[in-house]
Design a protein around this ligand. Structure first.
Ligand code: ATP
Length: 257
């Protein structure tokens, strides 16, 4: 993907020596990485690698045990109120109130973000994510895929500069997932948004991401561009690179380096 027109001021996200200790379970151990403005970066790793924990700390909903996070120039521990209006997220672990309709849910989030002309925002998002027919449906009555689309509408309602996405296409059929990826690509291009994407879908990551950060057991096992990693590991695709890292094929890396 081309991000050259998005400007290159200071990085959008800077993570330094970040650690999360859940009373003895070291979910994230001293990780550091940078996400440049206007880029899409994949946060990859097997189950339990620490991706959701990292995203939760970036959002400010989980307090790190140690380390620093700077987003759009603001220290997320002490001044996150400055940048939260410019951020948003989507996570399968955070549902919307089930009894409220799609329109009511989106209106509440639009209100929380202090948007003017809420009705217009809600209809614009519903149109973009093919939810217009479902606006009056309670979220609890939606299919998993429809819920995901509603959650994405919520995630984009404030036109965020920084978007954190936790497995955004996991419950979608291949056609809808492809459509959602196209939607992200278009949004990224239009808004020069910075996107950090946790995903287990390597095809999705190859298509969308400029760079990837590969986590394993709470640490960063490797990072780089999808193409760079594929060539460094001597593989045909990112899925094989992922398997090499997950299965600790360090001998392969050493042989090739
Ligand atoms: P997945 O791909 O399965 O979603 P993940 O990479 O997002 O995994 P995390 O959910 O961040 O992984 O979990 C990292 C580690 O932290 C795991 O060992 C998990 O059991 C542990 N963990 C996560 N949340 C908690 C919690 N609230 N209390 C204690 N341990 C936790």
């Amino acid at each position: 993907m081309d991000s050259s027109s998005c400007g290159t001021a200071s990085p959008a996200i800077q993570v330094s020596k970040l650690t999360k200790d859940y009373s003895g379970t070291m979910a994230v151990k001293n990780i550091s990485f940078t996400v440049e403005r206007g880029t899409i970066v994949g946060l990859l790793g097997g189950n339990g690698a620490g991706k959701t924990t990292t995203l939760s700390m970036l959002l400010g909903v989980l307090v790190p045990t140690a380390g620093e996070i700077t987003i759009l120039g603001a220290n997320m521990l002490t001044e996150r109120h400055r940048v939260l209006p410019r951020m948003n997220f989507s996570s399968p672990y955070v549902g919307m109130p089930a009894r409220l309709t799609v329109a009511e849910n989106l209106s509440i989030y639009a209100n929380l973000y202090g948007l003017k002309d809420i009705k217009n925002h809600v209809h614009r998002m519903a149109e973009g994510l093919a939810l217009t027919e479902l606006l009056k449906t309670p979220v609890g009555d939606l299919s998993a895929g429809q819920k995901t689309r509603a959650s994405l509408a919520k995630a984009l309602i404030n036109d965020p500069d920084v978007l954190l996405l936790d497995e955004p296409t996991a419950s979608l059929d291949p056609d809808t997932a492809d459509w959602v990826r196209g939607y992200f690509e278009a949004y990224h291009k239009k808004a020069c948004a910075t996107i950090l994407l946790a995903s287990h879908n390597m095809g999705e990551v190859e298509r969308l991401c400029h760079n990837v950060v590969m986590m394993k057991a709470g640490v960063i096992a490797d990072q780089g561009s999808p193409g760079g990693l594929i060539s460094r590991y001597g593989r045909d695709n990112l899925e094989d690179v992922f398997l090499d890292i997950a299965r600790d094929a360090s001998d392969v890396r050493e042989t090739l380096s």
